[in-house]
Design a binder for this molecule. Structure first.
Ligand code: TXA
Ligand code: MG
Length: 333
């Protein structure tokens, strides 16, 4: 496995991808585990390395909106075309659009479904790589299934080891939580996974109401194939250490040693019960919280703690994405 970031690495990355190998790539949200989306054999490796169930479809990345027809199929005009063009204004960015799939995309990418998830990541290295690739890149988050998404190249190496040919190092991800997924094929459009682009932003851009889809009922172990969005299953990317979402005024966990993830600075009394405290923002800024959240969860999960207490926030704007991830992480397996 190699770890690289310069132009020579990009040439090598394209070459590896062309030969059907996997390359971990930075994006503005989280790192992705990329393969040539037109190559079913290469995409099969993604599922194998992640331990990802075949019924969970992948997101396909392109370099520019005019490449959409490499991946998706759209009518020349009408509501869907208009919604797509309006949503495109938010690209490159942390927004994934679900559209009818192009024939050229192998079934394995979409888990046999008729739709495909597609996005343009807002990261210079990812965009440079995508422009050099004569094919789109299927890339789920570069973690083993059910663990926390990686936000640094080191997280990718820790999780995937020798199973990935190369990790392109684009530094720590600026966003920190996975993209917002919106199903544009539905009328009105539905958010399948909240992210840094909020429902309010989408409603404004698309000039129609955009609602969050209902979560898969708790305890429902296997949805039909393919899942509407497995990101909606109650348990997802959880740390191994039990995680508790602290309600306002709630006392600290009684388990020891314990860790605490705080969204803003804590006074000495609040810190005292904890062996490790990570403060994600000096002002409680939720964009900073999102940026640091997964790294803090990984760090505390590796710290040999009996339990982790974590702050919460109102589930609005970026807070909706943060609380979505934390509720899943706090669900006991
Ligand atoms: O920010 C992101 O979206 C990152 C970076 C690497 O782009 N990718 C990511 O991929 O989070 P992944 O595989 O971890 O999550 C993809 C989500 C899954 O919940 C999957 O079910 C959903 O996208 N998805 C993929 N194709 C879909 C489709 N056709 N319809 C509905 N949901 C789909
Ligand atoms: Mg993932």
């Amino acid at each position: 496995m190699r770890n690289c970031s310069g132009p020579a690495s990009l040439v090598e990355a394209v070459d590896l991808l062309r030969r059907g190998e996997l390359v971990a790539i930075p994006t503005e949200t989280v790192y992705g585990l990329a393969a040539n989306a037109w190559d079913a054999q290469a995409v099969r490796k993604i599922f194998a390395v992640k331990g990802r169930p075949a019924h969970n479809p992948l997101i396909v990345h392109i370099a520019s909106a005019d490449q959409f027809d490499r991946v998706a199929r759209l009518p020349a005009n009408g509501g869907l075309r208009e919604r797509f063009e309006a949503a495109c204004d938010l690209w490159p960015g942390p927004l994934t659009l679900v559209l009818p799939k192009a024939d050229r995309i192998p079934d394995i990418v979409t888990a046999g479904g008729p739709t495909v998830a597609i996005r343009i990541p807002d990261h210079p290295l990812a965009l440079d790589l995508l422009r050099r690739c004569p094919f789109p890149l299927a890339a789920p988050s570069a973690n083993r299934s059910n663990y926390i998404s990686p936000t640094t190249a080191q997280h990718c190496r820790d999780g995937l080891g020798a199973d990935v040919a190369m990790v392109l190092d684009g530094g720590p991800c600026a966003g920190g939580v996975e993209s917002t997924i919106v199903n544009l094929a539905a009328d009105p459009p539905q958010i399948l996974r909240p992210g840094l682009i909020s429902a309010e932003q989408l409603s404004q851009r698309l000039r129609c109401p955009v609602k969050l889809a209902a979560a898969t009922p708790a305890g429902h172990p296997h949805a039909e194939k393919p899942l509407a969005a497995p990101g909606m299953l109650p348990v997802h990317y959880a740390p191994h250490t039990p995680l508790r979402l602290l309600q306002a005024g709630e006392p600290p966990t009684e388990l020891r040693p314990a860790g605490r993830i705080a969204f803003a600075p804590l006074d000495a009394t609040a810190q005292a019960p904890y062996a490790v405290v990570r403060v994600l923002s000096s002002t409680g800024n939720l964009h900073e919280v999102a940026r640091g959240l997964f790294a803090a969860l990984r760090e505390l999960d590796d710290a040999g703690l009996a339990a982790i207490d974590c702050d919460g926030c109102p589930a609005e704007g970026v807070g909706a994405a943060i609380m979505d991830r934390l509720r899943r992480a706090a669900t006991r397996r």
